[in-house]
Write a protein that binds this ligand. Sequence first.
Ligand SMILES: NC(=O)C1=CN([C@@H]2O[C@H](COP(=O)(O)OP(=O)(O)OC[C@H]3O[C@@H](n4cnc5c(N)ncnc54)[C@H](O)[C@@H]3O)[C@@H](O)[C@H]2O)C=CC1
Ligand SMILES: O=C(CO)COP(=O)(O)O
Length: 308
Amino acid sequence: MREITITILGAGAWGTALAQLARANGHNVCLWSRHGELSLKDALEGAQIVLSAISMQGVTQVATAIASIPISADTIFVTATKGLDAATTLTPAQIWQATFPQHPIVVLCGPNLSKEIHQNLPAATVVASIDAEAAEAVQAAFTSQRFRVYTNSDPLGVELGGTIKNVIAIASGACDGLQLGTNAKAALVTRGLTEIIRIGNSWGAKTETFYGLSGLGDLLATCNSPLSRNYQVGYQLAQGKTLAETLAHLEGTAEGVNTAEVLMQRAETQKISMPITTQVYRALQGEITPRQALEELMLRDTKPEYNN
Ligand SMILES: NC(=O)C1=CN([C@@H]2O[C@H](COP(=O)(O)OP(=O)(O)OC[C@H]3O[C@@H](n4cnc5c(N)ncnc54)[C@H](O)[C@@H]3O)[C@@H](O)[C@H]2O)C=CC1
Ligand SMILES: O=C(CO)COP(=O)(O)O
């Protein structure tokens, strides 16, 4: 494999796992953290791929800071963040693309719980871009015996699948916290996917993308694993903890908390029905308990399974 220089922005759980994968493939990897000694300018020196694993709240700030640093015109930007900008509802890839209109932007997203990646367990992911060559370059850089990377040409769908499922993962954690059983969980995850597709289509994403690794795949991983921070948020709320208590003890970022709020704004302005997201949002706000949220979902008007 050809050795390249990769700069990873964000030394949190996901940034360090991705750095481990890239190093194992023999690449020259620079891991940048806002808390470290290295300047952004030095960290970006010679980078062929710049991969952002920064949590949503820092994306605009870091992208704007990089815009004032000279970088090679060929540099590929990869975003691995799963969130939505609270002020604009833009996705991370849209923010990177707006800041670097001449550069290829690739979204990396899949069922990739970082703790399992750190343990060298096998996983698969998707790299999506409108620039097929850029997606293939990122695929080549990260593919290994334990990390199978697929390309995809619907970056918006890939990004939205990985982002919106965090809200359903909160609901799923609450479902397990309330000990509602396997039937309830299956219904929740399936109707959650319907909801993801409905709002994702309104954004312009393709339906089939949501049935892939970054949609259904990531939904299954996070809705079924206590390793997911979003799942943990729901689980703890169901145990009677407040959101503030839950977040105070959470290791890392649970993007679904902010994503629920952004989705609510978008669903309201676009008149899109998102019943599960609505109940998750209300539970996060402390307006209702997870059990009341369940009752509201179960007592909704009856309807056909499709065309809703
Ligand atoms: N941990 C996981 O299993 C996975 C996480 N992700 C996504 O990756 C993103 C990061 O997640 P984690 O690494 O788990 O979170 P984390 O909380 O462990 O790390 C977040 C990183 O972002 C940095 N950051 C936050 N605000 C910043 C700012 N203003 N300027 C510079 N850096 C800033 C933090 O310093 C930290 O290095 C999230 O969007 C998450 O949804 C995606 C796939 C897997
Ligand atoms: O997105 C993830 C796995 O693909 C990580 O999920 P959490 O952010 O909920 O931990």
